[in-house]
Design a protein around this ligand. Structure first.
Ligand code: GLA
Length: 383
C-alpha cells in the first residue's frame, strides 16, 4: 500500500492540506465459502493488500472524494437523496449513511484513496474500502462504535447501497484481522478465535484468473435465496431451524421432493461446507495439512458442481494444481471468477507456478497473476 502516493495526491487535490491516513486490508479465506449468510463458520485472514485513505474534515456538510486509481472526483451530501452516481462513491456514501442511521453525528470531509487489492478478484476490495471509512469516521468523529458494529456498517452498505446481500465475513476479516493469524468466525454468534497460521514447509499462493466476476451480484443474491427457500421449507416441520447451519444432511433429505433440485444442491453444498470448516480447524490443531488440502479440493468440487459459482478458467486452474501435486486448491470468495487459493509444498511451488502460468496462457491467452499471501493486521490508523 503506497501511503506516500496517497499523501501527495491528497495534497494536490485539496490545496496542499494534510489529513489523517487510515488503511484496511482485503482478505483471503482458507475454507468456508457461502457459509457466512447461512449462520455457519468461516476461516478468513486479512492480507497485506488493501485500501489507504487520507481524510480531513472540511467544515461543510459535503463529502469531496477523489479516487486516485480511477482519477475520478465526486462530491455528495450526507442525506439519503444525495446518493452519488459513481459506483465507487456509493461505498463511501453508504458507510456515511449507515453511521448516521445508527445515530452517529458526522459532517463533511475531503478524502482521497487508493488501493492495491485487485478489484473483482475475490479478495474483497469493497470490504477493504468500507472498513477503511467505517474505521476512520468512527475515529475522526469520536463516535465510540465497537468493532463488531463497524463490520456490520460495511455489510449494511453492501445490502442497502450496493445491492449485494453478502454475509459478514469480508468486513469482519478486514476489521478484526491480525498479522500471522487466521480467524475462525461463527457467523451466527460472531464468536471468533485467532488461529496462528504458519504451516512450516508450505506456501499459500493466490492465482488470479483475471476473469472478473460478471453478473456476480445477481447470481450471488440468487444463491442466498436458494438457501432461504430450503430453510423456509424445513421450518414447517422443524420450527427451530433459523439457518442452514441448523440443518443436517438427513433433515435436508426430508424436503427433497418439496424444494427444487437446484435449491437442494445449493443447500447440500452449504451443509457440507460448514462441516468442512470445523474439520479443517481440527486438522490444523494437529498440523495435519494433508487433510486441510483434501478439504480445500472438496470445497472446490462443491462450489463448481453443486453451488455452481466456479467457471471454466477456475476449474482449469484447479485441475493443474491437482496434476502438480499441490496439497490443496480451490476457488476463493464469492466465485464466478477471481482467484484460486492454493496450499503448496515449498519444493513444488516453482514448478506449479511455472506450469500454471504457461498452460493458462496457452489455453486462454491470458496472463495469470500470482500473489503470495502475507496474513496481516486489520483496519488501522497510519498517521
Ligand atoms: C463474498 C461475500 C461474503 C461471502 C463470500 C463467499 O465475498 O461478500 O460475505 O459470502 O462471498 O464465501
Amino acid at each position: 500500500m503506497d501511503i506516500e502516493h496517497v499523501r501527495s495526491r491528497f495534497k494536490k487535490h485539496f490545496d496542499g492540506s494534510e489529513g489523517s491516513v487510515y488503511a484496511s486490508p482485503g482478505r483471503i479465506n482458507l475454507i468456508g465459502e457461502h457459509t457466512d449468510y447461512n449462520g455457519g463458520f468461516v476461516f478468513p485472514g486479512a492480507i497485506d493488500k488493501g485500501m489507504v485513505a487520507e481524510i480531513k474534515l472540511n467544515g461543510t456538510n459535503k463529502v469531496r472524494a477523489y479516487s486516485i486509481d480511477l482519477k475520478d472526483f465526486v462530491e455528495f451530501g450526507l442525506n439519503e437523496e444525495d446518493a452519488p452516481k459513481a459506483s465507487w462513491a456509493k461505498y463511501i456514501f453508504g458507510v456515511c449513511r449507515e453511521i448516521i442511521k445508527r445515530g452517529g453525528k458526522i459532517s463533511g470531509f475531503d478524502t482521497a484513496f487508493s488501493g492495491d487489492v485487485p478489484l473483482g478478484a475475490g479478495m474483497s476490495s469493497s470490504a477493504a474500502l468500507e472498513s477503511t471509512y467505517a474505521f476512520a469516521l468512527n475515529d475522526l468523529f469520536d463516535l465510540g462504535i465497537d468493532k463488531f458494529e463497524l463490520a456490520k456498517i460495511g455489510q449494511s452498505t453492501e445490502h442497502n447501497y450496493v445491492g449485494v446481500n453478502c454475509g459478514i465475513m469480508d468486513q469482519f476479516a478486514s476489521i478484526f484481522g491480525k498479522a500471522g493469524s487466521l480467524i475462525r468466525l461463527d457467523c451466527r454468534s460472531l464468536e471468533y478465535q485467532y488461529y496462528p497460521f504458519n504451516p512450516t514447509g508450505y506456501k499459500l499462493v493466490l492465482l488470479d484468473s483475471v476473469v472478473k466476476h460478471e453478473l456476480a451480484s445477481s447470481a450471488y443474491n440468487q444463491r442466498r435465496k436458494s438457501c432461504e427457500n430450503v430453510v423456509a421449507s424445513l421450518q414447517k416441520t422443524h420450527p427451530h431451524v433459523e439457518f442452514l447451519r441448523d440443518v443436517s444432511l438427513d433433515m435436508l433429505k426430508e424436503v427433497k421432493s418439496i424444494v427444487s433440485a437446484e435449491d437442494y444442491m445449493r443447500a447440500e453444498y452449504v451443509i457440507e461446507e460448514i462441516q468442512r470448516v470445523l474439520d479443517v480447524c481440527d486438522a490444523l490443531e494437529i498440523g495435519d495439512y494433508e487433510t486441510v488440502g483434501k478439504k480445500m479440493y472438496e470445497t472446490h468440487h462443491g462450489m463448481s458442481k453443486l453451488y455452481e459459482v466456479s467457471c471454466e478458467e477456475l476449474d482449469f486452474l484447479n485441475d493443474i494444481a491437482k496434476e502438480e501435486g499441490v496439497t490443496g486448491s480451490r476457488v476463493m470468495g464469492g466465485g464466478f471468477g477471481g482467484c484460486t487459493i492454493n496450499m503448496v509444498k515449498e519444493d513444488k511451488y516453482d514448478a506449479f507456478i511455472e506450469k500454471a502460468i504457461s498452460s493458462y496462457k496457452a489455453k486462454y491467452n491470458k496472463n495469470l497473476k500470482v500473489y503470495d499471501v502475507v496474513i496481516s493486521d486489520g483496519a488501522r490508523k497510519i498517521c
